[in-house]
Design a protein around this ligand. Structure first.
Ligand code: NAP
Length: 323
């Protein structure tokens, strides 16, 4: 038995599908019926169902995007920083392990290794970084789970959303029996306003940057695999190995489903932030070797993107572009 929190959400619903596919029994209470954000309610739920694992896929992400978290600060902190601590406390009080869905957005940039010396490049759009990536791609690597978050309240600037997620990880540091599953820019084959591939097709103008990204189904299956394999507790970056630029993703969209589509891009960061974003955005590369070392292997990022687009299931009547 698994107790799933946030099962009605974008990520939670993928957990529901994966749990059903694996024939793993689960319960997924909704806040409106049983307010699991309260310690006493959650503790009672755990006592009642005696789950082998609690999955916390609940949180506050902001709609239509993270800019909404800049003003909805109380809800953001309650959903992303306080709730994980409540879940951890309730689980520990009964002796049940839990998995927290976290985010790779607590980092920005990438690691650059030159002559054995590692530095952090925060701006993956800087001409120097792009030149280095072109000339010596092997010198660029992702943040590992041992790297301290660098897009957080402790290391500003950050978005309020990212700050709250980093704080949420800190709030559960004390609990031994937990997984921290870091998701990064979810996508899959199901056209939906939350899907990165849908967003790229619907925005009127796109923002160029470089990121690691996570196939939603691959992500939830990797989380469940870590638990079922009894992999060591701790943090795991769970994205498809590698990284892609927005231009590269757009190229795959053109190749697979929209050969004639013209995509318009903001000219630079200044134009993007002046017209389309309030909070600073995290753009980062994550290292996935710890996940692989635990025996959980995701498809390389380009294969996963290509496969999602080859199996694209458009949402009827949902093609209108949005800014
Ligand atoms: N989507 C992304 O791009 C992304 C990327 C990286 C990480 N994440 C993380 O993944 C987790 C799930 O995100 P999601 O995209 O699935 O979010 P979502 O679609 O908004 O679903 C979140 C679910 O959490 C529950 N919830 C509990 N407290 C809440 C609160 N204060 N405000 C809003 N909802 C609350 C709600 O379920 P009920 O009310 O029905 O119980 C809701 O359906 C979050 O921790 C998020 O930070 C998401």
């Amino acid at each position: 038995m698994i107790l799933l929190l946030g099962g009605s959400g974008y990520i939670g619903s993928a957990f529901v599908a994966a749990l059903k596919q694996r024939a793993l029994p689960f319960v997924a209470p909704r806040r409106g019926v049983s307010d699991y954000t309260r310690f006493d309610v959650l503790q009672a739920l755990i006592k009642e169902h005696r789950p082998a694992l609690v999955i916390n896929a609940a949180g506050f992400t902001g709609r239509p995007n993270v800019d909404a978290c800049e003003t909805a600060r109380t809800e953001t902190l309650l959903g992303n920083s306080v709730l994980p601590a409540v879940v951890g406390s309730a689980c520990e009080s009964i002796g049940v392990p839990f998995g927290q869905v976290s985010s790779g957005c607590i980092y920005t940039g990438a690691r650059v290794t030159v002559s054995g010396r590692v530095t952090i490049e925060r701006d993956l759009n800087s001409p120097e970084f792009r030149a280095r990536l072109h000339a010596d791609p092997g010198s660029v690597s992702g943040f590992t789970e041992d790297d301290q978050p660098n897009f957080s309240f402790r290391f500003p600037p950050c978005s309020f959303y990212s700050g709250s997620k980093a704080l949420g990880e800190e709030a559960i540091e004390m609990f031994a029996e937990k997984y921290v599953w870091r998701l990064r820019i979810p996508f899959d084959e199901f056209d939906c306003p939350r899907n990165y591939l849908t967003k790229l097709q619907r925005y009127t103008k796109l923002y160029e940057n470089i990121n690691s990204v996570s196939h939603r189904g691959d992500f939830v299956n990797a989380c469940l695999d870590l638990w079922s394999r009894r992999a060591p507790f701790g943090a795991y970056n769970i994205c498809n190995p590698g990284f892609v630029s927005t231009h590269e993703v757009v190229q795959v969209i053109r190749e697979e489903i929209a050969p004639d589509r013209v995509f318009d891009f903001w000219r630079n960061d200044a134009e993007f932030y002046a017209h389309a974003a309030v909070a600073p955005r995290s753009n980062c590369i994550l290292d996935t070797q710890k996940l692989a070392a635990a025996g959980v292997h995701l498809r390389p990022v380009r294969d996963a993107l290509k496969h999602a687009l080859q199996n694209w299931q458009p949402e009827p009547g949902a093609l209108a572009p949005v800014s």
